[in-house]
Design a protein around this ligand. Structure first.
Ligand SMILES: [Zn+2]
Length: 230
């Protein structure tokens, strides 16, 4: 079971690389340890595309490496504090997603102008603005978790994004779709700005039709096949 979880975290990393969310060796994916010891997360000093199950390590709630070889990321409190605050969260993703970072700085609200946006709007991703610096302490991790609240994503303004879900597939696909939603809206802004987008009612219906767990899994499986043929 642990080996399958490590495989899944590693595959999530490689999918995020395929989706251009890597930033050299920064950004991470985690999954809650089923035995409650902490989180299984990507080891530091490696890029997303370099991660296999051996590079997924068990980090305790206090940041100690309990199992696996490799160093832990300094920003581990993003993962431990969000999972600590949310019993429903089994996986957390943090990346420096470039379109999302650019979009967050415009201070425009995300609009459901394509399918992707409907996963978030209404009400839209949270905006964490306390700092654009790294999340190096449990206190900042708790502040970020408080800002996320019960949502599936937050812009970490001047820094990146955080997404979460009940499992790795959901958290990773949420990060993929948030970045794509931001890219689409930036393109619309470049074309003069959106004049129209789905109503809240339509957006909620589309969320149910486009992104139930089974369809997120289909998209994940497709991206996993593309990782393999690259
Ligand atoms: Zn970061």
């Amino acid at each position: 079971m642990i080996e399958a979880l490590r495989e899944e975290v590693a595959l999530g990393c490689r999918i995020l690389a395929l989706e251009d969310q890597g930033d050299f060796v920064w950004g991470h994916v985690s999954a809650r340890d089923p035995d409650g010891r902490g989180v299984w997360m990507k080891a530091s000093t490696l890029g997303f595309e370099e991660i296999g199950p051996e590079q997924v390590i068990l980090v305790s709630w206090d940041g100690e490496v309990l199992e696996g070889q490799g160093r832990r990321h300094a920003e581990y409190p993003i993962h431990t504090e969000l999972m600590g605050a949310r019993a429903d969260v089994g996986s957390v993703v943090h990346t420096h997603a470039p379109w999302a970072v650019a979009f967050a700085s415009t201070e425009q609200p995300l609009r459901p102008l394509s399918h992707e946006g409907t996963l978030f709007v209404p009400p839209g991703p949270a905006r964490f603005t306390k700092t654009g610096d790294l999340i190096l302490t449990a206190g900042l991790g708790r502040d970020l978790a408080a800002e996320v609240g019960d949502r599936n994503a937050a812009f970490m303004v001047h820094h990146g994004i955080v997404t979460c879900g009940s499992d790795v597939v959901t958290a990773v696909m949420t990060a993929v779709l948030l970045e794509r939603a931001c890219r689409t809206q930036i393109r619309a802004l470049a074309g003069g700005g959106s004049k129209t987008w789905s109503s809240e009612e339509e957006a909620l219906a589309k969320r149910e039709h486009c992104y139930p767990p089974a369809l997120l899994r289909q998209a994940w499986d497709y991206l996993a096949r593309r990782v393999d043929v690259r």
